[in-house]
Write a protein of this length. Structure first.
Length: 110
């Protein structure tokens, strides 16, 4: 991220919904830290918690569920986790391509 040029930094922040001002020497490090934090939050969201969504619900002591409902919920949780992994891989690939593109543009302009 330290190698990222100003245009790439602006693009990555704006694509994540950030309205930023000019990138100059006094703001560049701030924006890099902001992007790093946003990427970490995005990874956390995509990877999800280790805790099952069912465990996070307070006051769900109802033991009247039948086994088929329990099995369906477990399947849904597995599907969500694999979907999150796919999204994370797409995110990493996109980030990699952005870095490669920025490097390419920089090398062409020399």
């Amino acid at each position: 991220m330290d190698q990222m040029d100003d245009n790439s930094l602006r693009y990555e922040l704006e694509s994540r919904g950030q309205d930023i001002g000019p990138i100059v020497d006094s703001t560049r490090e701030l924006y890099r830290r902001l992007l790093k934090r946003l990427l970490e939050e995005e990874m956390d969201r995509l990877m999800g918690d280790d805790e099952s969504p069912l465990d996070a619900i307070d006051g769900d002591d109802d033991q009247t569920r039948d086994e088929s409902d329990d099995q369906k919920e477990k399947t849904d949780v597995k599907y969500e986790k694999s979907s999150s992994k796919s999204k994370f891989l797409v995110f990493l690939l996109t980030l990699f391509l952005c870095v490669v593109f920025a490097y390419f543009v920089k090398s062409v302009n020399k």
